[in-house]
Design a binder for this molecule. Structure first.
Ligand SMILES: [Zn+2]
Length: 386
Protein backbone atom coordinates (compact mmCIF):
# COMPACT_ATOMS: atom_id res chain seq x y z
CA UNK A 1 0.00 0.00 0.00
CA UNK A 2 1.32 3.38 -0.96
CA UNK A 3 2.22 5.56 1.97
CA UNK A 4 1.46 9.26 1.97
CA UNK A 5 3.57 11.72 3.87
CA UNK A 6 1.62 13.31 6.77
CA UNK A 7 2.23 16.82 5.42
CA UNK A 8 0.77 15.90 2.03
CA UNK A 9 -2.27 14.33 3.69
CA UNK A 10 -2.74 17.40 5.83
CA UNK A 11 -2.51 19.78 2.85
CA UNK A 12 -4.89 17.61 0.83
CA UNK A 13 -7.41 17.62 3.67
CA UNK A 14 -7.09 21.37 4.16
CA UNK A 15 -7.44 22.03 0.44
CA UNK A 16 -10.51 19.76 0.19
CA UNK A 17 -12.07 21.34 3.28
CA UNK A 18 -11.58 24.86 1.97
CA UNK A 19 -12.93 23.92 -1.48
CA UNK A 20 -15.96 22.26 0.11
CA UNK A 21 -16.58 25.23 2.37
CA UNK A 22 -16.58 27.47 -0.70
CA UNK A 23 -19.16 25.22 -2.33
CA UNK A 24 -21.45 24.68 0.63
CA UNK A 25 -21.11 27.77 2.78
CA UNK A 26 -23.77 30.41 2.46
CA UNK A 27 -22.70 33.20 0.14
CA UNK A 28 -21.15 36.00 2.15
CA UNK A 29 -23.23 39.13 2.35
CA UNK A 30 -22.59 41.54 -0.50
CA UNK A 31 -19.79 43.97 0.15
CA UNK A 32 -21.56 47.24 0.92
CA UNK A 33 -20.81 50.12 -1.45
CA UNK A 34 -18.74 53.03 -0.18
CA UNK A 35 -20.41 56.37 0.41
CA UNK A 36 -18.69 59.74 0.70
CA UNK A 37 -20.20 62.10 3.25
CA UNK A 38 -19.31 65.78 3.48
CA UNK A 39 -18.88 66.32 7.23
CA UNK A 40 -17.22 69.74 7.42
CA UNK A 41 -16.69 72.66 5.06
CA UNK A 42 -15.27 76.20 5.06
CA UNK A 43 -12.78 75.46 7.84
CA UNK A 44 -9.38 77.07 8.36
CA UNK A 45 -8.38 74.51 10.97
CA UNK A 46 -9.58 71.05 11.94
CA UNK A 47 -8.25 68.57 14.48
CA UNK A 48 -7.53 65.02 13.49
CA UNK A 49 -6.97 62.12 15.86
CA UNK A 50 -6.40 58.36 15.52
CA UNK A 51 -6.62 56.07 18.54
CA UNK A 52 -4.67 53.25 16.82
CA UNK A 53 -2.38 52.46 13.88
CA UNK A 54 -3.00 54.67 10.86
CA UNK A 55 -1.47 55.83 7.61
CA UNK A 56 -1.64 59.17 5.81
CA UNK A 57 -1.92 59.30 2.04
CA UNK A 58 -1.69 62.36 -0.18
CA UNK A 59 -4.54 63.29 -2.49
CA UNK A 60 -5.02 62.71 -5.30
CA UNK A 61 -1.88 60.53 -5.72
CA UNK A 62 -2.69 58.19 -2.74
CA UNK A 63 1.04 58.06 -1.96
CA UNK A 64 1.63 57.02 1.66
CA UNK A 65 3.67 59.69 3.46
CA UNK A 66 3.25 58.81 7.10
CA UNK A 67 2.49 55.78 9.24
CA UNK A 68 2.04 55.78 12.96
CA UNK A 69 0.78 53.82 15.95
CA UNK A 70 -1.42 56.61 17.22
CA UNK A 71 -2.14 60.22 16.31
CA UNK A 72 -2.98 62.57 19.18
CA UNK A 73 -5.37 65.42 18.30
CA UNK A 74 -3.32 67.26 15.65
CA UNK A 75 -4.24 70.45 13.78
CA UNK A 76 -4.67 70.34 10.03
CA UNK A 77 -4.57 73.61 8.11
CA UNK A 78 -4.29 74.80 4.51
CA UNK A 79 -1.03 76.39 3.33
CA UNK A 80 -0.40 78.29 0.07
CA UNK A 81 1.49 75.28 -1.33
CA UNK A 82 -0.54 72.47 0.12
CA UNK A 83 -1.69 71.19 3.45
CA UNK A 84 -0.18 70.92 6.91
CA UNK A 85 -0.66 68.21 9.55
CA UNK A 86 1.03 69.21 12.79
CA UNK A 87 4.60 70.09 11.80
CA UNK A 88 4.55 68.25 8.46
CA UNK A 89 3.61 70.04 5.28
CA UNK A 90 2.95 68.46 1.89
CA UNK A 91 2.38 69.93 -1.55
CA UNK A 92 -0.94 68.21 -2.20
CA UNK A 93 -4.60 68.95 -2.64
CA UNK A 94 -5.39 67.10 0.54
CA UNK A 95 -4.74 64.12 2.77
CA UNK A 96 -6.53 60.90 3.50
CA UNK A 97 -6.15 59.10 6.82
CA UNK A 98 -6.82 55.37 6.83
CA UNK A 99 -7.03 53.44 10.11
CA UNK A 100 -5.04 50.21 9.82
CA UNK A 101 -7.51 48.26 11.89
CA UNK A 102 -11.24 48.63 12.25
CA UNK A 103 -10.79 51.65 14.51
CA UNK A 104 -12.67 54.89 14.54
CA UNK A 105 -10.98 58.19 13.72
CA UNK A 106 -11.84 61.49 15.38
CA UNK A 107 -12.33 64.80 13.60
CA UNK A 108 -13.10 67.81 15.78
CA UNK A 109 -14.28 65.53 18.58
CA UNK A 110 -16.68 63.47 16.47
CA UNK A 111 -15.84 59.80 15.92
CA UNK A 112 -16.07 58.29 12.47
CA UNK A 113 -15.86 54.81 11.03
CA UNK A 114 -14.00 54.37 7.73
CA UNK A 115 -11.43 56.85 6.45
CA UNK A 116 -11.33 60.64 6.40
CA UNK A 117 -10.22 63.00 3.65
CA UNK A 118 -9.34 66.59 4.35
CA UNK A 119 -9.02 68.73 1.26
CA UNK A 120 -8.52 72.31 0.19
CA UNK A 121 -11.25 74.08 -1.74
CA UNK A 122 -10.80 76.89 -4.26
CA UNK A 123 -11.06 79.49 -1.47
CA UNK A 124 -8.16 77.89 0.41
CA UNK A 125 -10.48 76.57 3.11
CA UNK A 126 -10.73 72.96 4.21
CA UNK A 127 -13.54 70.51 3.73
CA UNK A 128 -13.69 67.00 5.11
CA UNK A 129 -15.24 63.88 3.66
CA UNK A 130 -15.87 60.64 5.51
CA UNK A 131 -15.58 57.56 3.26
CA UNK A 132 -17.22 54.50 4.69
CA UNK A 133 -19.42 51.60 3.74
CA UNK A 134 -23.06 52.46 3.46
CA UNK A 135 -24.16 50.14 6.29
CA UNK A 136 -21.81 51.82 8.77
CA UNK A 137 -22.98 55.18 7.50
CA UNK A 138 -26.59 54.24 8.26
CA UNK A 139 -25.60 53.43 11.87
CA UNK A 140 -24.81 57.14 12.19
CA UNK A 141 -27.95 58.33 10.37
CA UNK A 142 -30.80 56.45 11.94
CA UNK A 143 -30.54 57.87 15.44
CA UNK A 144 -30.69 61.41 14.05
CA UNK A 145 -33.62 60.76 11.79
CA UNK A 146 -35.83 58.79 14.20
CA UNK A 147 -35.75 57.91 17.90
CA UNK A 148 -34.02 54.63 18.71
CA UNK A 149 -36.85 53.56 21.02
CA UNK A 150 -39.39 53.51 18.17
CA UNK A 151 -40.81 50.07 17.22
CA UNK A 152 -38.36 47.92 15.24
CA UNK A 153 -40.61 47.86 12.16
CA UNK A 154 -40.57 51.69 12.03
CA UNK A 155 -36.78 51.73 12.37
CA UNK A 156 -36.43 49.10 9.65
CA UNK A 157 -38.65 51.09 7.26
CA UNK A 158 -36.52 54.19 7.93
CA UNK A 159 -33.28 52.23 7.43
CA UNK A 160 -34.41 50.98 3.99
CA UNK A 161 -35.58 54.45 2.91
CA UNK A 162 -32.34 56.08 4.11
CA UNK A 163 -30.19 53.39 2.41
CA UNK A 164 -32.10 53.89 -0.85
CA UNK A 165 -31.79 57.66 -0.70
CA UNK A 166 -28.05 57.54 0.01
CA UNK A 167 -27.30 54.97 -2.66
CA UNK A 168 -29.33 56.90 -5.22
CA UNK A 169 -27.35 60.05 -4.35
CA UNK A 170 -24.06 58.21 -4.76
CA UNK A 171 -25.20 57.06 -8.22
CA UNK A 172 -26.06 60.57 -9.37
CA UNK A 173 -23.06 62.30 -7.77
CA UNK A 174 -20.34 60.37 -9.64
CA UNK A 175 -17.54 62.76 -10.49
CA UNK A 176 -18.40 65.05 -7.55
CA UNK A 177 -16.24 65.30 -4.42
CA UNK A 178 -18.89 63.76 -2.16
CA UNK A 179 -22.24 61.96 -2.40
CA UNK A 180 -24.24 63.36 0.52
CA UNK A 181 -23.97 66.06 3.15
CA UNK A 182 -24.26 65.27 6.85
CA UNK A 183 -27.06 67.80 7.38
CA UNK A 184 -30.78 67.95 6.64
CA UNK A 185 -29.74 68.94 3.12
CA UNK A 186 -29.34 65.18 2.61
CA UNK A 187 -29.98 63.19 5.76
CA UNK A 188 -28.54 63.96 9.15
CA UNK A 189 -25.39 61.94 9.98
CA UNK A 190 -23.56 62.22 13.29
CA UNK A 191 -20.64 59.80 12.86
CA UNK A 192 -20.28 56.95 15.30
CA UNK A 193 -20.85 59.16 18.38
CA UNK A 194 -24.58 58.78 17.92
CA UNK A 195 -24.93 55.05 17.25
CA UNK A 196 -27.54 53.22 19.30
CA UNK A 197 -28.07 49.50 19.75
CA UNK A 198 -31.63 49.27 18.38
CA UNK A 199 -30.97 51.60 15.46
CA UNK A 200 -27.92 49.49 14.51
CA UNK A 201 -30.02 46.38 14.77
CA UNK A 202 -32.58 47.84 12.33
CA UNK A 203 -29.75 48.56 9.87
CA UNK A 204 -28.34 45.03 10.29
CA UNK A 205 -31.73 43.37 9.94
CA UNK A 206 -32.33 45.17 6.63
CA UNK A 207 -28.71 44.77 5.41
CA UNK A 208 -28.51 45.58 1.70
CA UNK A 209 -32.24 46.19 1.21
CA UNK A 210 -33.27 49.11 -0.97
CA UNK A 211 -36.40 50.35 -2.71
CA UNK A 212 -36.59 50.15 -6.46
CA UNK A 213 -39.02 51.00 -9.20
CA UNK A 214 -38.74 48.86 -12.33
CA UNK A 215 -35.42 47.61 -11.02
CA UNK A 216 -33.93 51.08 -10.51
CA UNK A 217 -33.21 53.06 -7.38
CA UNK A 218 -35.11 56.29 -6.89
CA UNK A 219 -34.57 59.12 -4.37
CA UNK A 220 -36.67 57.73 -1.51
CA UNK A 221 -37.37 61.06 0.18
CA UNK A 222 -38.76 61.23 3.69
CA UNK A 223 -39.80 63.95 6.10
CA UNK A 224 -40.91 64.30 9.70
CA UNK A 225 -44.69 64.83 9.49
CA UNK A 226 -46.98 65.19 6.47
CA UNK A 227 -50.01 66.25 8.57
CA UNK A 228 -52.55 64.23 6.58
CA UNK A 229 -51.35 64.16 2.99
CA UNK A 230 -47.92 63.57 1.52
CA UNK A 231 -46.82 65.73 -1.43
CA UNK A 232 -45.97 64.56 -4.94
CA UNK A 233 -42.29 65.12 -5.75
CA UNK A 234 -43.23 67.14 -8.84
CA UNK A 235 -44.70 69.81 -6.55
CA UNK A 236 -41.13 70.64 -5.53
CA UNK A 237 -38.62 69.20 -7.95
CA UNK A 238 -38.22 67.92 -11.48
CA UNK A 239 -38.65 64.34 -10.38
CA UNK A 240 -41.21 62.14 -12.02
CA UNK A 241 -41.03 58.61 -10.66
CA UNK A 242 -44.30 56.81 -9.89
CA UNK A 243 -43.60 55.88 -6.21
CA UNK A 244 -43.14 59.61 -5.46
CA UNK A 245 -45.64 60.97 -7.96
CA UNK A 246 -49.01 61.31 -6.35
CA UNK A 247 -48.69 61.61 -2.62
CA UNK A 248 -50.91 59.56 -0.31
CA UNK A 249 -53.43 60.34 2.39
CA UNK A 250 -51.80 59.59 5.75
CA UNK A 251 -53.98 59.43 8.80
CA UNK A 252 -51.20 58.05 10.98
CA UNK A 253 -49.15 61.08 12.02
CA UNK A 254 -51.74 62.71 14.29
CA UNK A 255 -49.53 61.58 17.20
CA UNK A 256 -46.74 63.81 15.95
CA UNK A 257 -45.68 66.71 18.16
CA UNK A 258 -45.02 68.55 14.88
CA UNK A 259 -48.56 68.25 13.56
CA UNK A 260 -49.20 71.98 14.08
CA UNK A 261 -46.75 74.84 14.10
CA UNK A 262 -46.80 78.60 14.47
CA UNK A 263 -44.22 81.21 13.60
CA UNK A 264 -44.18 84.94 14.13
CA UNK A 265 -41.67 86.61 11.85
CA UNK A 266 -41.05 90.38 11.95
CA UNK A 267 -41.69 91.94 8.52
CA UNK A 268 -38.31 93.65 8.68
CA UNK A 269 -36.70 90.23 8.75
CA UNK A 270 -38.65 89.03 5.72
CA UNK A 271 -37.79 92.26 3.87
CA UNK A 272 -34.13 91.58 4.54
CA UNK A 273 -34.38 87.98 3.30
CA UNK A 274 -36.05 89.24 0.13
CA UNK A 275 -33.25 91.77 -0.38
CA UNK A 276 -30.58 89.12 0.12
CA UNK A 277 -32.29 86.91 -2.46
CA UNK A 278 -32.58 89.70 -5.01
CA UNK A 279 -36.34 90.19 -4.58
CA UNK A 280 -36.35 93.44 -2.57
CA UNK A 281 -39.78 95.14 -2.51
CA UNK A 282 -39.23 97.96 -0.04
CA UNK A 283 -41.49 97.80 2.98
CA UNK A 284 -43.69 94.74 2.90
CA UNK A 285 -47.44 95.51 2.84
CA UNK A 286 -49.07 92.13 2.19
CA UNK A 287 -48.46 88.41 1.72
CA UNK A 288 -51.16 86.48 -0.13
CA UNK A 289 -51.48 82.87 -1.11
CA UNK A 290 -52.23 82.71 -4.84
CA UNK A 291 -51.87 79.05 -5.83
CA UNK A 292 -52.22 75.69 -4.12
CA UNK A 293 -50.40 72.48 -4.92
CA UNK A 294 -52.31 69.24 -5.59
CA UNK A 295 -51.58 68.18 -1.98
CA UNK A 296 -53.20 71.42 -0.71
CA UNK A 297 -49.98 73.10 0.30
CA UNK A 298 -49.23 76.68 -0.68
CA UNK A 299 -47.80 76.77 -4.20
CA UNK A 300 -46.99 80.45 -4.63
CA UNK A 301 -47.32 83.73 -2.77
CA UNK A 302 -47.81 87.28 -3.97
CA UNK A 303 -45.71 89.68 -1.93
CA UNK A 304 -46.55 93.35 -2.20
CA UNK A 305 -44.22 96.06 -0.98
CA UNK A 306 -43.85 99.83 -1.24
CA UNK A 307 -41.65 99.47 -4.34
CA UNK A 308 -43.38 96.67 -6.20
CA UNK A 309 -44.73 93.16 -6.02
CA UNK A 310 -43.38 89.70 -6.69
CA UNK A 311 -44.73 86.18 -7.03
CA UNK A 312 -42.51 83.66 -5.26
CA UNK A 313 -42.74 79.88 -4.85
CA UNK A 314 -43.73 79.00 -1.28
CA UNK A 315 -40.97 76.36 -1.14
CA UNK A 316 -38.36 79.09 -1.84
CA UNK A 317 -39.97 81.51 0.58
CA UNK A 318 -39.84 78.83 3.27
CA UNK A 319 -36.12 78.25 2.70
CA UNK A 320 -35.38 82.00 2.76
CA UNK A 321 -37.20 82.48 6.06
CA UNK A 322 -35.73 79.25 7.49
CA UNK A 323 -36.98 75.67 7.17
CA UNK A 324 -37.01 75.04 10.91
CA UNK A 325 -39.01 78.16 11.60
CA UNK A 326 -41.49 77.78 8.74
CA UNK A 327 -41.76 74.07 9.11
CA UNK A 328 -43.80 73.37 5.98
CA UNK A 329 -45.54 75.05 3.05
CA UNK A 330 -48.90 74.00 4.50
CA UNK A 331 -49.82 77.28 6.21
CA UNK A 332 -51.99 80.37 6.35
CA UNK A 333 -50.50 83.79 6.96
CA UNK A 334 -51.75 87.15 8.16
CA UNK A 335 -49.95 90.36 8.97
CA UNK A 336 -50.46 91.85 12.39
CA UNK A 337 -48.74 95.19 12.90
CA UNK A 338 -45.12 94.57 11.88
CA UNK A 339 -45.24 90.82 12.18
CA UNK A 340 -46.23 88.02 9.77
CA UNK A 341 -48.08 85.33 11.70
CA UNK A 342 -47.95 81.85 10.19
CA UNK A 343 -50.15 78.97 11.30
CA UNK A 344 -49.12 75.71 9.71
CA UNK A 345 -49.25 71.93 9.74
CA UNK A 346 -46.55 69.28 9.41
CA UNK A 347 -42.77 69.43 9.23
CA UNK A 348 -40.67 69.00 6.12
CA UNK A 349 -41.21 68.97 2.36
CA UNK A 350 -43.91 66.32 2.64
CA UNK A 351 -42.55 63.99 -0.08
CA UNK A 352 -42.24 60.21 0.41
CA UNK A 353 -42.23 58.54 3.80
CA UNK A 354 -43.80 60.39 6.73
CA UNK A 355 -41.67 59.45 9.76
CA UNK A 356 -44.33 60.06 12.40
CA UNK A 357 -46.87 58.29 10.20
CA UNK A 358 -44.43 55.38 10.02
CA UNK A 359 -44.37 55.31 13.80
CA UNK A 360 -48.19 55.44 13.88
CA UNK A 361 -48.44 52.52 11.45
CA UNK A 362 -45.83 50.45 13.30
CA UNK A 363 -47.78 51.00 16.54
CA UNK A 364 -50.80 49.50 14.75
CA UNK A 365 -48.72 46.39 14.09
CA UNK A 366 -47.85 47.02 10.44
CA UNK A 367 -44.63 45.57 9.08
CA UNK A 368 -41.95 47.66 7.41
CA UNK A 369 -42.69 46.23 3.94
CA UNK A 370 -46.32 47.34 4.21
CA UNK A 371 -45.39 50.79 5.48
CA UNK A 372 -42.90 51.32 2.64
CA UNK A 373 -45.40 50.20 0.00
CA UNK A 374 -47.89 52.64 1.47
CA UNK A 375 -45.60 55.67 1.20
CA UNK A 376 -43.85 54.60 -2.02
CA UNK A 377 -46.64 52.97 -4.07
CA UNK A 378 -45.45 50.61 -6.78
CA UNK A 379 -41.96 50.25 -5.31
CA UNK A 380 -40.25 46.91 -4.66
CA UNK A 381 -37.72 45.95 -2.01
CA UNK A 382 -34.55 44.42 -3.45
CA UNK A 383 -31.00 43.64 -2.32
CA UNK A 384 -28.46 46.10 -3.71
CA UNK A 385 -26.26 43.17 -4.67
CA UNK A 386 -28.90 41.72 -6.98
ZN1 LIG B 1 -48.22 61.63 7.83
Amino acid sequence: MKKYKPAVVLWTLLFTASALSRVFSAEPKNTPPVIRVLIEEDQKLVRLEAGGPYRIELLPSLKTVQKGKKLPATPVSPTPQGIRLGTEEWAAQGIRIEPEEDRTLVLDQTRFRGSLQIMKDKNQSLYAVNRLDIESYLYGVLQHEVAHWWPMEALMAQAIAARTYALYQSQVSRGAEFDVKSTTHSQVYGGSNVERYRAKKAVDRTHGLVLTYQGKLFPAYFHATCAGQTAGAKELWKIDVPPLAGGVRCGYCRISPHFFWEAKVPLAEIEEKLNVNGRGLGQLLSIEEITQTPSSRVGSLRLTGTSGEAVVAAKDFRIWVGGDRMRSTNFTVKINDDVAEFHGKGWGHGVGLCQWGTLGQAMLGRRHEEILKFYYPGSEIKDYGS
